[in-house]
Design a protein around this ligand. Structure first.
Ligand code: UDP
Ligand code: MG
Length: 328
């Protein structure tokens, strides 16, 4: 099991209600592939019984299961990164824990990789989510398409397969906030896509609030493109030219027609519009400066509490020194 053909990475955050159903479908689907595999669950600081359930599952299938218990909630993408640093497979598949990505589709992703693709993204056929999320995500996909170089039909689908090379490149990048499917795309030599099924959440509720979704999309857009800033400065140039003309026009009127107060509200309207544009620009600057700030602090992106894995997975020295939490 030291270099299995496949590593499956699953982030888990407060998923106690759905985990049993996930195990019941995941393991048979992987066994059916007939290849050596490992499953890495990452508990992203769940506050429910998820960690205990993962521990039980590890005891049930220690041969193919590894569990990373993070020391807090670091977010889905950081959780996946922590597993990327630990996984050993030749190919790596990521998947959500809520069964929205059917594990039976993993085989099809691998088949597509056999055709020579080093990165295969899933595109959700008939996405089963609430309609505002479908529409917002459609719009974000289009915006991202325009302003980044990342080509993806469905950025929100986490059912994706990556080659070892891409994971290694990701492990070497030290970004503080990132969006894994887009990061992987920048390192892929031959990316492909296939349609995959999508199901309703098996149990529990979405871990993404509107706020978290907006944050995630800012990470995606500002992390992979400078264009928002560039567009903003272009808009700024255009607007300041227009307002310069407007000031000249007002000055001429003052000279030719004398003082006048009519149309003050129009003036206010224009002023408020300009202030709005300015505030948006400052906010946008803040997004980038915030990223720089997080980057220079160089805080660890996640903290691992424990890793549950069988002893032959441990580096030899460590295995001799201590064997807590291991089973043979
Ligand atoms: N998740 C996580 N940490 C978080 C939020 C989510 O590990 O802070 C996991 C979650 O358990 C699930 C996956 O990321 O396996 C996707 O989350 P969710 O299904 O809530 O997102 P949605 O499908 O609504 O986009
Ligand atoms: Mg989900």
């Amino acid at each position: 099991m030291n270099t299995p053909a496949l590593s499956v990475v699953i982030p888990v955050y407060n998923e106690e209600q759905g985990l049993a159903a996930l195990f019941a479908r995941l393991y048979p689907a992987l066994d059916a592939l007939g290849i050596a595999y490992e499953v890495l669950f990452v508990n992203d600081g769940s506050r429910d019984r998820s960690a205990a359930i993962l521990r039980e599952q590890y005891q049930r299938r220690p041969d193919v299961t590894r569990v990373i218990l993070l020391a807090g909630n670091f977010g889905q993408h950081m959780a996946i990164l922590s597993a990327f640093a630990q996984c050993r497979g030749q190919r790596i598949v990521t998947l959500d824990a809520d069964l929205q990505n059917p594990p039976e589709e993993i085989g099809r992703l691998l088949q597509k990789m056999d055709e020579g693709y080093d990165y295969v993204g899933g595109v959700r056929r008939q996405r089963q989510d609430v309609s505002w999320r479908r529409h917002a995500s459609w719009m974000m996909n289009r915006i991202r398409e325009r302003i980044t170089h990342v080509v993806m039909t469905d950025q929100g689908c986490m059912l994706r397969a990556y080659s070892r090379d891409i994971i290694q490149a990701i492990n070497h990048s030290q970004e503080a906030n990132t969006f894994i499917p887009a990061l992987a795309y920048t390192y892929a030599r031959n990316p492909g896509e296939i349609e995959v099924a999508h199901e309703e959440r098996a149990a529990g509720e979405s871990k993404y609030s509107l706020y978290k979704l907006i944050r995630l999309n800012f990470d995606l857009v500002t992390g992979f493109s400078l264009m928002p800033l560039q567009i903003f400065s272009l808009v700024g140039v255009g607007l300041s030219l227009l307002s310069a003309l407007f000031v000249i026009y007002l000055a001429l009127r003052r000279i030719l027609l004398g003082p006048e107060v009519d149309g003050v509200f129009t003036l206010f309207g224009i002023l408020f519009f300009l202030i709005g544009v300015l505030l948006f620009g400052i906010g946008l600057l803040g997004e980038y400066i915030g990223r720089i700030y997080q980057q220079v602090r160089q805080r660890p992106r996640y903290l691992i509490d424990t890793i549950l894995q069988s002893p032959d997975e441990q580096p030899p020295a460590a295995a001799l020194l201590s064997r807590p939490e291991t089973h043979s």
